[in-house]
Design a protein around this ligand. Structure first.
Ligand SMILES: [Zn+2]
Length: 96
């Protein structure tokens, strides 16, 4: 699995936008997802001039969903370079 592959994996096509940053079907958190893909190529700027990008998750239950990076709970990846997460793309080892 390569979360930063420039080509979007097939399973992201059917992904739905989840507003609570967890699986819309079974409520599992993204850390339980079996696959992750980050749309690194097209970040958008928020009203605060900060970048956000789409993060796609393929849940264990088979549901594909995505959320904006700035909607992720701050504790989800606690201790992993959180300091500048709003300004920079995550490092390549972010999801490993
Ligand atoms: Zn699920």
């Amino acid at each position: 699995m390569d979360a930063f592959d420039p080509i979007s994996p097939n399973w992201t096509i059917a992904a739905t936008h989840a507003f609570n940053f967890c699986c819309p079907s079974c409520k599992l958190s993204p850390s339980s997802a079996k696959q992750v893909w980050v749309n690194r190529r097209s970040p958008v700027y928020t009203e605060n001039q900060r970048k956000k990008w789409q993060e796609f998750y393929h849940c264990e239950c088979g549901t594909a969903w995505w959320g904006w990076s700035n909607e992720r709970a701050p504790s989800e990846f606690a201790g992993r370079n959180i300091g500048n997460i709003d300004d920079d793309m995550p490092p390549d080892n972010f999801f490993l």
